[in-house]
Design a binder for this molecule. Structure first.
Ligand code: NAP
Length: 297
């Protein structure tokens, strides 16, 4: 059974399916997207990760079309989405320079667009996509609190925030921030040592990990010894190398919630296998050393 975790009062599955690449698939039909969601649900993966900007501001609509054609799916999933990046594509095609907007007007408008495009009444978790150097914490915190109070979103969090960005925003709002979605994988391990994970652990906040397979780079031949070890461990436990790489994140005591982004139906159908893999401390460090190209000092 897939483990469930609670982020800021919102219960989600321990492993999440990410829809950043949804629009890159050759098949974006409602029936195919529905198959992807059902393949997740079959494994107890109930949480879908979206953002306004995915697919050039189109991915929410692609998922929305699937939910409209199979409305019963809505109540079986939790939806995480994000906002805050404005780039000249899709509904923002008139925009000049790519920029961040964490102002109340933009966040509100983005939430309304997300609700409409996905055809849902409420977002389960809304994340601010990146730290905005122009953020007015009182304004951003105020609108996030208001969206929760109005029931437009159940919980709010952030993404790619450093500890001080988190503290600033949290200091200006009532709602406890639910999570920080950051990059973490065997090939992107900074968060383990620069304090980002420690900061969340101290607060009892589970982080989400984006690109847990390093966006596929684990398999591109650039780190043969690491891949060979992942395959060896996987073979011994009857799973693919990718499941071992995800299990390496699951084994960390911070309670990391990996967000996987494969478009392949057969890979989606096996995402949950990561939760069966046993990673002891020695195995964890074996993979860590291979990823870093050296033993720990
Ligand atoms: N908050 C943020 O700033 C942020 C940034 C980036 C992503 N995200 C979220 O994180 C999610 C996951 O990101 P991601 O897609 O980069 O994650 P990922 O799961 O690390 O990488 C997925 C990529 O790896 C490939 N892949 C997976 N298994 C493979 C295998 N066994 N062999 C070869 N290639 C393999 C997939 O190709 P196939 O499709 O062909 O399987 C896909 O292109 C996104 O969907 C999004 O929700 C958030």
């Amino acid at each position: 059974m897939m483990e469930r975790v609670t982020l800021g009062g919102v219960e989600i599955s321990r492993i999440v399916y990410g829809m950043w690449r949804l629009g890159d698939d050759d098949d974006t039909s409602p029936a195919h997207v529905q198959s992807k969601i059902e393949a997740c649900l079959d494994q107890g993966i109930t949480t879908m990760d979206q953002a306004d900007i995915y697919g050039g501001y189109m991915a929410e609509e692609i998922m929305g079309a699937a939910l409209k054609s199979a409305p019963a799916l809505r109540d079986r999933i939790e939806i995480v989405t994000k906002c805050g990046i404005v780039e000249g594509m899709g509904r923002h095609s008139g925009v000049g320079i790519k920029h961040y907007d964490t102002g109340a007007g933009h966040i509100r408008a983005s939430v309304e667009a997300s609700l409409r495009l996905m055809g849902v009444e409420r977002i389960d978790l809304l994340l601010i996509r990146r730290p905005d150097p122009m953020m007015d914490a009182a304004e951003t915190g105020g609108v996030l609190d208001a969206l929760v109070a109005q029931g437009k979103v159940r919980g709010v969090g952030v993404s790619n925030f450093r500890p001080w960005d988190w503290s600033l925003l949290q200091s200006a709002m009532e709602t406890p921030l639910a999570t920080n979605q950051i990059e973490m994988s065997l090939l992107a391990g900074d968060a383990f040592t620069i304090g980002d994970l420690a900061f969340l652990q101290e607060r009892g906040v589970a982080p989400m990990a984006w690109s847990p397979l390093a966006g596929g780079a684990l398999f591109d031949g650039s780190n043969g010894p690491l891949l060979a070890k992942l395959e060896e461990i996987g073979k011994a436990q009857g799973v693919e190398a990718s499941a071992v790489a995800v299990a390496w994140l699951l084994a960390h005591p911070a309670g990391i919630v990996p967000v996987l982004g494969t478009n392949s139906l057969s890979r989606i159908a096996r995402i949950g296998e990561a939760s069966k893999v046993e990673i002891n401390r020695e195995t964890w460090f074996t993979l860590y050393a291979l990823a870093n190209g050296r033993d720990v000092p």
